[in-house]
Ligand binder design. Structure first.
Ligand code: GUN
Ligand code: FE
Length: 434
């Protein structure tokens, strides 16, 4: 048996603090001990209480002054866009046409896809992200490349081949039938193989014909256990375009809903401009939104109405996403920093505890994998990040004035980035850090 034992300030969630409040949702053991056996968390609690459960001979890794959290979950990212971060000057539709559709064609080369997969996984782990919900490109081999890489590293990963049969360069198009067949083959090959899972991935309504959305719908009926991943309501020109292409539908989300693509295990990125009826539909169907603040700011898309989404009478599942390559950082801490400022611009303040929820259990609940990851409660997979709130000189100076755990988390979520990631564990094994 392989054991891991980590001592430090342990934080995790057992419920949604937006809904039940911090006191009922958030657990903190200031001097805590976590014990994992064969990749599963066996015990967690105050060090003095738990240490007797430590098998003889197992060495404790003592992370004094560090925060031990569930590994971050990036709820929306495009691994194939890793090479195009910071493409200058455009908003969504021009950015897609002028940069993104050029970049994604480079992944037609399987060797390029393998190389990118390796860079991407290294970057996730360096940033303490242990699971990602990721778009591949239209080419099926881009799913194989990533999931072969994550299988080797034993990372929990959810990926899907883009379905896209119009309004993009010919080299990036599939068709309704081939996208159905290729996706089906990938589901059969990958979904549930080790820690790999599949998402049916129509890029967004404007790049799929009704026939392709119908194919995606048929596929989900056949494989209800897989995920659905797309974009919704990111940019105002995009909304107008969807209205033109699908005039018979009441709203953007209604297009997906019409094809029964809104439900548990479906997640839509952005949702910046959702209306009340769409929020209600997301709530009723138990679908999720990925809040991607660095991307929304970078593309000038708008400010996601998080407080509206979390309204107590019809709360929506929300995770936090980097949306690389429109997003500007792989760091979920940097993404929290941006989420805080977006909330401020919408005239409310996002508590650090709530940000950490979005980046961990919130993402896991959004993806319906909260029985496996997103928290450090016993029985879950031991995907863990160890964070140093004194990683830089200025953070150290700041920390001299800080005492409560809320303030420590807020320092991390304001000043933190990859430099604050001391170690990352995948299924109980340290895969990043000295
Ligand atoms: N909408 C459709 N495709 C994309 C994409 O690749 N990135 C973002 N941010 N929005 C999209
Ligand atoms: Fe995206």
């Amino acid at each position: 048996q392989h054991f891991a034992a980590l001592r430090g300030t342990i934080v995790y969630f057992i419920d949604d603090p937006f809904l039940v409040g911090k006191e009922k949702a958030f657990v903190c053991h200031e001097d805590g001990l976590l014990i994992a056996a064969d990749g599963i968390i066996k015990a967690v609690g105050p060090y003095v209480k738990i240490k007797s459960q430590l098998p003889v001979g197992v060495e404790i890794e003592h992370y004094e002054g560090h925060i031990i959290s569930a590994g971050f979950i990036d709820s929306h990212v495009h691994y194939v866009q890793t090479g195009m971060i910071g493409s200058y000057g455009e908003q969504l539709i021009d950015w897609l046409n002028n940069y993104t559709f050029i970049e994604e064609q480079k992944l037609k080369d399987p060797a390029a896809a393998r190389e990118m997969s390796s860079v991407f996984c290294d970057e996730l782990l360096r940033n303490g992200t242990t699971t990602a919900f990721t778009f591949a490109a239209v080419y099926p081999h881009t799913v194989d490349a990533l999931l072969e890489e994550t299988e080797r590293r034993n990372m929990r990963m959810i990926a899907g081949k883009i379905m896209m049969d119009r309004n993009a360069p010919a080299a990036l198009l599939d068709d309704a039938q081939s996208s159905y067949e290729d996706s089906k083959e990938l589901i059969q090959k990958w979904n549930g193989r080790g820690r790999q899972q599949y998402a049916i991935t129509p890029r967004f309504a404007p790049t799929s014909t009704p026939a392709q959305l119908e194919a995606a719908s048929a596929l989900w009926r056949e494989y209800p256990e897989v995920h659905v991943h797309s974009h919704v309501s990111e940019n105002l020109d995009e909304l107008a375009w969807v209205k033109e292409l699908f005039p018979e539908h009441a709203s953007y989300l209604d297009v997906y809903d019409h094809y029964n693509l809104v439900g548990r295990r479906s997640l839509y990125a952005h949702g910046v401009h959702l209306n009340e009826a769409e929020m209600r539909t997301l709530h009723e169907r138990e679908a999720a939104i990925a809040h991607c603040p660095t991307s929304n700011n970078f593309l000038g898309s708008g400010h996601f109405p998080l407080r509206e989404a979390k309204r107590l009478d019809r709360p929506v599942h929300v995770g936090l996403g980097t949306d690389i390559g429109a997003g500007t950082s792989f760091s979920m801490l940097a993404t929290m920093n941006e989420a805080y400022k977006v909330a401020q611009l919408r005239s409310y303040s996002l508590q650090a505890v709530n940000s950490f929820f979005l980046a961990t259990l919130g993402g896991a609940r959004s993806l319906d994998i909260d029985d496996k990851v997103g928290t450090l409660a016993p029985g879950h997979e031991a995907d863990i990040v160890v964070l140093n709130p004194r990683a830089t000189k200025i953070m150290d100076v700041r920390m001299q004035r800080v005492s409560s755990i809320e303030d420590v988390l807020f320092v991390l979520g304001t000043m933190g980035d990859d430099r604050s990631v001391k170690a990352t564990y995948i299924a109980g094994k340290k895969t990043y850090g000295a």
